[in-house]
Design a protein around this ligand. Sequence first.
Ligand SMILES: [Zn+2]
Length: 370
Amino acid sequence: MNNKRLLDTFSELVSIYSPSLTERMVCDYLSSNLSTLGFNIHEDLVGEKIGGNSGNLYGFLPGDESLEPLLFCAHMDTVEPACGKIAIFHDDGLITSNGETILGSDALSGVSAIIEAIKTVKEENINHRPIEILFFVAEEIYGLGSKLFDYSMIKSKESYTLDLAGKVGSAAYKAPSLLTFDIIIRGKSGHSNFKSQKNINAIIVAAKALVQIKTGKIDENSTCNIGLIQGGRAPNIVPDLCSIRGEIRSYSHKDTFVLLNEVIKIFSKTSKEHGAKIEVKHELHIEAYETPLNHPVVKRFQNICEKLDIPCELCATLGGSDNNNIEQNGINGLVLASGMNSCHSCDEYTSVSELEEITKIVIELMKGDI
Ligand SMILES: [Zn+2]
């Protein structure tokens, strides 16, 4: 592998502005790279459906037919603030932004590792598996790009998604279902001076319901959060409306809805007691998965880490990723830590050694010896 080329690729990718729905330039950069490397590429029409300027990018590189094909994934979009972001290389090997933006190692570190691994495999004439690549759009919008991708063209039964924070060698084998809910309480407005029994203060009703809601870690499997509350117009007006937004995550898909129903029940009962009405909306964003720890996709990763002398750690994550959607389509996978830390903040960083380590792992996965 060419360490300088790896860092150059990372630096070039970081310098491209690619927040969700604006992935066009990264997609063009990667299309031209993959084409040059002999991939058959296809960009889908998902971008048009979701109001973005780029589709998901798929690439296939034929390889040794006696080896099982493998799918490698990462996402092209980043969160904000990202305008003008650059990779700054420090003497100690750390790579940061200039502090004013995110870095974008989430998930451009993974994208760079995949590109460098392919270049290495080709350049050194290494016998390799048939390789499939998927670079997704809009991962940061609850995996919207991977949710809408048509998986019927995918040959691989197993995948590795490069999109996990933490030490390289860590991998997530399970992730939760995630839904958000929106509850509107409708009371009855009036002037605050009038102590009319007819006024129903929607904020007070919300407060009485909220104190009954369990938040934070509910049990070993689930969390609940109330994240947003809005209501009221002025100090002297009894508010007739209060809206509450929250989210539920659970490793048990079923429990996600059990918890949602508990939340709804509390709001319904409390509202009824005070003569208020409620409206509830919810949206399921991602569905839980669990890859069995004795699955070949896990064993292969463990064996490669051992070969490379990288400590391997399998973990459950409470965050979603494109792998949630991939698994719903019958492909078993892991999400690999790929050299991204303090993500979604201006303190985000990676390091030269982490980028090199994840690239080495990807090269081994592509080779198919293990
Ligand atoms: Zn990510």
